[in-house]
Write a protein that binds this ligand. Structure first.
Ligand code: ZN
Length: 229
């Protein structure tokens, strides 16, 4: 079983998702027989060490309260990603402490309110795109545009085109240490991207792709003796 934890800052209204984005995504993933899903939030369901230590794949949705996330928690998540935990950073999580720390850049982008988005798959052979339509139309989504201040991704799987004329690297992956990371752009709180069945397939595929095959117990840098003579 893949142990999934969905973290959502949940400090302002998320009108497209009754019960919050974490509650909605949990209901989507609860139907999968190979996943056990829990949730955590910034203020009402704080992430505990016990929950983090039993997480194989962590979702991260944050927007207005990135600065309230304790640095100590960011350090613990960072360590667990380096030891193999999967991390799926959604939408405005591009400015989260954990995403910036893992990729090493600002995560800045350009943005504007609602536009129609067409999400194009540019790497259909990637496991995250398996069984997903070649393009997905999202009638209304917050526009995120290039330049996106990130290091070169390991894989560019989705490019978002907006009817405002902008484009964006909307689905990208990184490896950091032993962990796999997927950043996925859709998910503004007033729109309903996560209710799109094709988007849900991407999210489920991303859980299975980022899930660790085996976690490393501890990162170490040992001074060793010669094994020869
Ligand atoms: Zn947004």
């Amino acid at each position: 079983m893949i142990r999934v934890t969905i973290w959502n800052e949940f400090t302002h209204d998320q009108p497209a998702y009754e019960g919050g984005i974490h509650g909605y995504l949990k209901s989507v993933l609860d139907t999968e027989e190979d996943m056990v899903v829990k949730t955590a939030t910034l203020r009402t369901e704080p992430m505990t060490d016990a929950l983090l230590n039993e997480t194989d794949v962590l979702f991260w949705w944050g927007h207005a309260s990135h600065h309230e996330v304790p640095d100590e928690l960011v350090e613990k998540i960072h360590d667990r990603v380096l030891r193999g935990m999967g991390l799926i950073v959604l939408h405005s999580g591009h400015h989260s402490k954990i995403f910036r720390k893992l990729v090493g850049t600002s995560g800045n982008l350009s943005w504007m309110d609602g536009a129609k988005e067409r999400l194009w798959c540019v790497r259909p052979s990637h496991p995250i795109a398996a069984g997903v339509a070649p393009s997905i139309e999202l009638p209304c989504e917050e526009m995120y545009g290039e330049p996106f201040d990130i290091p070169q991704p390991d894989d560019l799987i989705y490019v978002g085109w907006f009817n405002s004329g902008h484009v964006f690297r909307s689905g990208i992956t990184y490896h950091r240490g032993h962990g796999k990371i997927f950043y996925f752009q859709p998910g503004h709180e007033t729109d309903a991207a996560y209710k799109n069945p094709e988007v849900q397939k991407i999210i489920k595929n991303a859980v299975r792709w980022t899930a660790p095959t085996n976690m490393i117990d501890a990162l170490s840098c040992p001074n060793v003796s010669s094994l020869e003579g």
